[in-house]
Design a protein. Structure first.
Length: 219
């Protein structure tokens, strides 16, 4: 039995090139559509996660504080570049506290920290939000792993004194983490940096921001 011969157009090089091009175009279009559909979902999830991290270091409230809508970016006067912060307002639009994002070099890379600071310059709470420290050692800087980071609560630039803003191994007041002194040292540095920036930019950080009103819609 003889094998059916393919149509002559299928034997041409141009046919195969066109076919491959069409397949590539269809695949590329599908990827673009998929990316557009998931991009907003990913962005919304990231914003939700950020909001949770911010509220974890700020005082609890009985009203809609909307800290993500009260974001500030400070231009610092030295090599620190910029600092991102979020305001927590009370019902009368007075700024009750701020959350500030800072980072410092750890053992395996930058350790990112969000620090909540009240109007008096005291730490409300601090939380590590991102790091690459050694699992089982350096990750004890995370609140879910230990209560080590709670020791920063109610601390300020004056408490402890400047020379004591360090881990015990460096002659300071803060506990270190066994086998992860570099990780602990980085968090101390990041928290102290946030307090220093707050002191330098207090008026700007505590000045209420004009939040655009949400457009009302008819139901």
């Amino acid at each position: 039995m003889s094998t059916p011969q393919r149509p002559s157009y299928q034997q041409r090089t141009a046919y195969h090139v066109t076919l491959l091009g069409t397949v590539a175009l269809v695949c590329s279009t599908a990827l673009v559509i998929s990316d557009e559909q998931t991009r907003e979902q990913i962005k919304a999830a990231q914003q939700q996660r950020l909001a949770e991290q911010i509220m974890a270091v700020l005082p609890s409230t009985d009203y809609d504080a909307a800290p993500l809508e009260r974001e500030l970016e400070l231009e610092l006067s030295d090599e620190r570049g910029t600092a991102r912060a979020w305001q927590l307002s009370d019902g009368d639009e007075q700024i009750k506290a701020i959350a500030m994002e800072r980072s410092a070099q750890g053992y395996a890379g930058d350790i990112e920290v969000i620090v909540g600071i009240d109007r008096d310059g005291q730490v409300v709470a601090a939380r590590v939000t991102n790091h690459r420290e050694t699992p089982g050692l350096g990750d004890d800087i995370e609140a879910r792993r230990s209560d080590w980071i709670d020791q920063f609560e109610q601390r300020s630039l004056a408490d402890p004194s400047p020379e004591d803003w360090a881990v015990a191994k460096d002659g300071g007041e803060f506990d270190q983490i066994t086998g992860a002194t570099i990780s602990a040292r980085a968090v101390v540095e990041a928290v102290h940096d946030a307090l220093t920036i707050f002191a330098e930019h207090r008026d700007e950080l505590l000045a209420p921001q004009q939040i655009p009103a949400t457009d009302a819609t008819d139901e």
